[in-house]
Design a protein around this ligand. Structure first.
Ligand code: NAD
Ligand code: ZN
Ligand code: ZN
Length: 386
């Protein structure tokens, strides 16, 4: 089959690789009809996430049709149309029982690598380095999906792929980020750093949950415009953000902040130099700002991905202002069914962030365009059949 593989820092290729096979009784094979490039893939492309190996298939946002099932699969049938969550969860461990699906104890075969870095291992993730399992990803024609009965969201409507695909990651991610803000309907002011796809769905979810005001922050004009189209007040990122936020919140600061930027924030020469020299793993410029700007007793929600050890974090500000921190990879299977209903009820149109539709065979060209935000690119959907 065709697949997009990682060949080193800033090097991806579309290659012919072996088709996936059922390896365990709870596996299924999905023939992929649509797949996307995520902001998280930028961290792999840029080589800032460790334990990638040349030849790894990328991609963790995909949907399609089930073409084969293992002997222990009960709920999913061949022919089902499904959306695949990016996290892999067993459904049986303590964390899965608590609906903390991205913290599953049983799906990372390389748990010892993650434990060395983090103390305990999170769940396995498709196409996201060997530290989270080394699973082949979904920027391909086919993928093996472990724990098919736990993971897959069955689609029984006839909406097109474009209106469903982002249930695989970024809509639940934006929603969990907003839910973590403990929004008081009609009252809360939420500031969102980053108007990429995750930021866009965090903004829309904050409004779905009743936020009175959402302030969106980004340097890229077309991304700010898309945030404004959802009802947010958009401001330019930079060193003046604190003054702008005070002016928009009567001097108090936002009740909650969302860092939808993550480990590769722009705007700080200090971080760019240190990351290049490998003196720090992450560039936490947006996170530092969010910690300073959030009001006293406020909440900071972090969907943005961080990889390692962060420099010059103003923990004194967080402690003395009594901030609450909430974060994590998204507990996908908890949110997918309820958010499918939100989509079916027409409360959100997931396709409105798509700027580029490209054949999978040209995915190697789509990566640099997406990473460098060329041609006003915000979100790329790849078609394996084209
Ligand atoms: N927690 C999860 O489960 C989960 C799931 C998906 C993505 N993510 C992470 O969420 C983050 C965003 O993903 P995305 O797909 O929207 O990526 P993206 O790269 O398209 O968007 C990031 C946005 O942040 C903006 N930005 C950069 N520096 C900034 C700054 N200093 N201030 C304000 N804005 C700034 C960029 O201009 C860009 O628009 C990434 O770190 C990604 O890895 C997490
Ligand atoms: Zn993603
Ligand atoms: Zn589990």
């Amino acid at each position: 089959m065709k697949a997009l593989v990682w060949m080193g820092k800033k090097k991806v290729e579309v290659q012919r690789v072996e088709d996936p096979k059922i390896l365990r009784p709870r596996d299924c094979i999905v023939k992929i009809t649509s797949t996307a490039i995520c902001g998280s893939d930028i961290h792999l492309y840029d080589g800032v996430i460790p334990t990638m190996e040349s030849g790894d298939i990328l991609g963790h946002e995909f949907m399609g049709e089930v073409v084969e099932i293992g002997s222990a699969v009960k709920k999913i049938r061949v022919g089902d149309r499904v959306v695949v969550p990016f996290t892999i969860s067993c459904g049986q461990c303590t964390h899965c029982h608590r609906q903390q699906f991205s913290l599953c104890d049983n799906t990372n075969p390389n748990w010892h690598v993650a434990e060395t870095l983090m103390g305990y291992s999170p769940a396995g993730i498709f196409g996201y380095s060997h530290m989270t399992g080394g699973y082949a990803g979904g920027q391909a024609e086919y993928a093996r999906v472990p724990h098919a009965d736990v993971g897959l969201l069955k689609i029984e409507n006839d909406l097109p792929d474009e209106k469903l695909l982002f249930l695989s990651d970024i809509f639940p991610t934006g929603y969990m980020a907003a839910e973590n803000c403990d929004i008081v309907p009609g009252q809360s002011v939420v500031a969102v750093w980053g108007c990429g796809p995750v930021g866009q769905f965090a903004i829309r979810s904050a409004f779905l949950l009743g936020a009175a005001k959402v302030i969106a922050i980004d340097a890229v004009p077309e991304r700010r415009a898309l945030a404004e189209a959802a009802g947010a007040i958009a401001i330019e990122s930079g060193d003046d953000v604190m003054e702008d936020l005070k002016a928009l919140t009567g001097g108090r600061g936002p009740d909650a902040s969302i860092d939808a930027v993550g480990m590769e924030a722009h705007g700080s020469v200090y971080d760019e130099v240190k990351q290049t020299l490998k003196l720090e793993t992450d560039r936490p410029y947006a996170l530092r700002q969010a910690m300073r700007c959030t009001r006293k007793a406020g909440t900071l929600s972090v969907p943005g991905v961080y990889g390692g050890f962060l420099d010059k974090i103003p923990f004194g500000a967080a402690m003395n202002k009594g901030l609450t921190f909430k974060m994590g990879q998204t507990h996908m299977q908890k949110y997918m069914p309820q958010l499918l209903k939100v989509v079916e009820d027409g409360k959100i149109d997931l396709s409105e962030i798509i700027t580029h539709r490209i054949p999978l065979s040209q995915a190697d060209e789509a990566y640099p365009m997406f990473v460098e935000k060329r041609d006003n690119c915000i979100k790329v959907v790849l078609n394996p059949a084209a």
